[in-house]
Design a protein around this ligand. Structure first.
Ligand code: ADP
Ligand code: TRP
Length: 359
């Protein structure tokens, strides 16, 4: 029996951090063995927000390949590629843009949040508006069954399923409705300030950070805000420091930190020192592997070239099938039976929102 397919992507806007590591990478590592796995660097997606200053995208793309491979992704086992090396995805996004009602994009929570929160970049461009449509195309273009992501991506996955359904209803069932795969423990890893760890918030501990950086960052980690003094009892359930420590330390040690915090026996500073020690040790093998592969000339570009060559036949095939189903080229059209009459019925029966202009 052939393996199911998985796909996920990261934007090359910064280095790999602990949020990626526990929120997503552990699943990606496991799934590269169980699935036919496609992992790509979403440079078009980075461009949707960094269009005015795209200077970091190329470097971060290569850095991400090194980080991924040092973390244990094996380019002999999974396919690692760069989104812009398979521009077919842009064509599929265009077809999605045809069937996709504007309100579906306007309602996307990430879109609304980022437009409201991000003040340092101009996100009023159409490219950023189309971000989730491009993500849907990334997933559909390899007909992925399973998509490992952090919790924040669930609305994008739901939207992808809706777009795929609508495309299938309109042109003929062919694209796959993907399932999201979420990490149990690390679905939302907090950063040093308690918000979701993210490169854009300046609260991230990078996997490639050296010992000094790790220690400085961990010492600034937020703890239970109500616990001002060591003599105040704390609540580990709302403490970001506890949350992160739980991801790397044995259960009995965590149970002890939990207990002594609740009864104000141990202090946050001691706990921070312990987390820093544990993290330095936990990340040491990664840093060594990272340095080894970074010393191999052309490592990242070779991985990316190999990955593009493996992805290409699939992405070209999917786009060719879409063209045939839509019937763009009358010589190859398969759509005799699913032409305009069927499309009209779909619009009227199941998608009246297509016609309304609710903003
Ligand atoms: P960032 O938010 O740092 O820009 P990306 O958007 O590139 O990171 O995220 C890549 C993947 O890692 C996505 O699946 C995302 O959900 C996941 N991820 C990122 N940050 C976290 C986090 N703090 N906790 C859990 N998962 C995360
Ligand atoms: N939107 C994702 C993020 O911000 C990145 C991404 C782009 C992605 N295309 C994807 C994730 C396809 C999974 C599948 O992290």
């Amino acid at each position: 029996m052939s393996k199911k397919r998985t796909l996920t992507g990261y934007r090359p806007t910064g280095k790999l951090h602990l949020g990626h590591w526990f929120g997503n990478l552990q699943n990606m590592l496991r799934m590269q063995h169980e699935y036919d796995a496609y992992y790509f660097i979403a440079d078009f997606h980075a461009l949707t927000s960094d269009w005015a200053d795209p200077s970091g995208i190329g470097t971060f793309t290569e850095e991400m390949v090194l980080d991924w491979c040092a973390a244990g992704l094996d380019p002999e086992i999974c396919t690692i590629y760069r989104q812009s090396d398979v521009p077919e995805v842009a064509e599929l996004m265009l077809y999605f843009a045809m069937v996709l009602p504007m309100p579906w994009l306007e309602r996307t929570p990430s879109y609304k949040e980022q437009r409201a929160q991000v003040t340092t970049k101009d996100l009023g461009n159409v490219g950023f508006f189309l971000y989730p449509a491009l993500q849907a195309a990334d997933i559909a273009i390899v007909l992925a069954d399973a998509v490992p992501v952090g919790e924040d991506q669930l609305p994008h996955l739901e939207l992808t399923r809706e777009i795929v359904r609508r495309f299938n209803n309109t042109y003929g069932s062919f694209l796959v409705e993907p399932q999201a795969i979420i990490a149990t423990e690390g679905a939302r890893v907090p950063g040093t300030d308690g918000r979701k760890m993210s490169k854009s918030y300046g609260n991230a501990i990078f996997i490639s950070d050296g010992e000094d950086e790790i220690r400085t960052k961990v010492m600034s980690f937020m703890t239970d805000p109500a616990r001002k003094l060591k003599t105040d009892p704390g609540d580990p359930d709302i403490c970001p420091l506890h949350h992160v420590h739980k991801l790397i330390a044995p259960a009995d040690e965590i149970a002890e930190w939990d207990r002594c915090c609740r009864v104000a026996e141990c202090g946050c500073v001691a706990h921070k020192r312990k987390l820093a020690d544990d993290l330095v040790e936990y990340l040491a093998p990664f840093r060594e592997r990272r340095a080894e592969i970074a010393a191999i000339p052309g490592f990242a570009s070779e991985v990316l070239a190999g990955g593009a060559a493996k992805a290409k036949p699939i992405t070209s095939g999917v786009v060719a099938t879409c063209r045939e189903l839509i019937g763009i080229d009358p010589r190859t059209s398969l759509t005799a039976g699913i032409g305009p009459a069927r499309r009209d019925a779909v619009v009227e029966e199941s998608h009246p929102s297509f016609l309304d202009s609710e903003a």
